[in-house]
Write a protein that binds this ligand. Sequence first.
Ligand code: SF4
Length: 301
Amino acid sequence: MRRNDRRIISPVRRWYRRYGRSLPWRGESDPYRIILSEIMLQQTQVSRVLGHYPRFLRRFPSMPSLARARQRDVVLAWRGMGYNNRAVRLHALASVLVGREMRIPSDAASLLELPGIGRYTAHAILSSVHGLPVPVVDVNIRRLLSRVFWRMPSTADMRSEPEIWRTAASILPRRGVYDWNQALMDIGATICTARLPCCSRCPLGGICASRKRMTQAGRGTRKSEPGVHGVPNRIYRGRIVEALRRKEAGFRAEALGRVIHPDFTPHDIPWLKSLLEALERDGLVRITRGRTLPDFRVVLA
Ligand code: SF4
């Protein structure tokens, strides 16, 4: 497969014209709205972002309004999105960009130096804000290209990120790259899904190496995350932030532990403290007064 190869470009473009999703940030020219959508879409499904994006924009309609806000209010407005450290980084990013009079860097290296910007977001900004011909690779595109270009044994398998970035760059069309990236994302999200790819409706079925040949991965295939009582720590961190959103004065350690876990005992304090320290490193919470166990208090930063 080479650049501008019609065997892949034409069916993808045809499919996108007919079935591409209509999303509020597509075709948007305001860099703030584009950046907000890209940061929300990191680790969160489109269906959930669709509900939160307009609500967040009503609360913070511009980058300066976001930069002026208290971090606490930004984290409050992020409620329901999960991965709250993105709210902290988005707020920091707004301050940096407003300080630079909203001059958004137009090269990946400079974008990667900004808070909250990883490779995917940097390329998404280059493609959508600056209209540059660069690939983007999210999990949908990674899954799709893995299956099209390699014979994947099961639906749980994917090629490595560096391989997929190289592949995405190698098949980039010469024009219409923004729509091209969006089209690949849509096919990955709606046709070549993680568990049940719909090969009979796929525009890439004619060239796909894995078409109808993968075994179905069981639910247990997912890597287990660290946690207690079968609940991942990620969920407990979300519960901590949610509890602190509701109570500005914060909590003492044990009281907070009982809010996030009904069977919490003093033996669990070291575990709780490790969760809080991770949240503190992300800039989400502040641990105040005595740092010795169990004498500490925690508030939203
Ligand atoms: S043919 Fe099937 S496995 Fe291949 S890209 Fe399309 S949906 Fe995915």
